[in-house]
Design a protein around this ligand. Sequence first.
Ligand SMILES: *Cc1c(COP(=O)(O)O)cnc(C)c1O
Length: 392
Amino acid sequence: MDNWPIMTLSGGPVELTERTLRDQSRPVLYHYDPAFIELYERTCQLLQQVFQTRYDVVMMQGEAILGLEAAAACLISPGDKVLNLVSGVFGKWYQLYIEKYGGETIELAVPYNEAIDPEDVRRALAQNPSIKFLSVVHSETPSATVNPVQHIGPIAKEFGVLTIVDTVSGLGGELLSPEAWGIDLAVAGPQKCLGGSPGLSLMSISPDAWRVMEQKRPAPVRGSFMSILDWKDTWLERRVFPYTPSVSLVYALESVLTQVLEEGLEHFAARHAAVARACRAGVKALGLELWAAREEIAGVAVTGVKIPAGIEDKQLRNHMRDRYGVMISGGYGELAGQLFRLGHMGKAAHPTYLAAQLAILERSLADLGRPVEFGAGVGAAMAALEGWGVAE
Ligand SMILES: *Cc1c(COP(=O)(O)O)cnc(C)c1O
């Protein structure tokens, strides 16, 4: 197929900047070349800065699902009780990993257009003093919502509970800090808000999490692709690798993290928030309904929009892609067919991408027979961006 899209504005992976593309395509170095060791070391330091942490960081060499499963595999001992917070597809999915590694799930769920209430977490932890872990998705990308992890994590800490946080699409878009938020093990992905290439699991690991991994019953996970401890025993302690890292993906990550920090973490997050807010204004002005039950819980990575009556999800997305070259995501898993998602991550968190995306949405809705006031969505979005780039 050679009709590639003009713009990829999906729920991830997302488009790379030119600089990332260039950096990613540098010659592949031997992983024990001093230049690569130096680059790898620098990448870890940059990652600590972006995570705003002094905890150890580990880059597992596989898409973020590897890091998420590895967290369960390495931390959970048979019989351990895990409070799993569910506000969407990825939250529910985590139960499979909890139980695969012998954990017992206690679920706290809300509808997939809602967010977890920290007070419900407090109640659940108070009722079940034997809970050992809490797992939560920070930015639930398929639902286009965020959970208040900054309030949930500290509650878990009050109860001495270890937290596992999927912030795959949160890092970069939100200013999180594992220490301040009470996150023992965070997993992020380069291919969402950070705007990088897919294929790595970016993890921040607290001393408590290391201790629990070392005490896992019947034995700590070691000598496995799934082992986080292997990275402690090799890279963190001896500056050797457990196996060959994905050299080109590390180049891309080093590039991406450098770009984020050059822009400034706060500016990077604020840019995502501003474009997401403008996107919501555009969607509402078009007479469409946001998927999130309340705007306060809408995420900055993607904007979820209910499929309007009389239009089919696939029909709309295929039309936008095939006729106009704009690739967006639909609902995922249980949410398939119920919403579509407009993407604004990485370089696409910018007025130009938003304007094009909303304009093509308007054109496509009209093509499919829905009455549209052309320019209504784009206009409202641009009006909401007043002040963009001023005072910089
Ligand atoms: C993208 C993403 C993942 C990784 O899942 P893939 O299906 O491999 O893309 C995990 N959790 C969240 C919240 C994500 O957005």
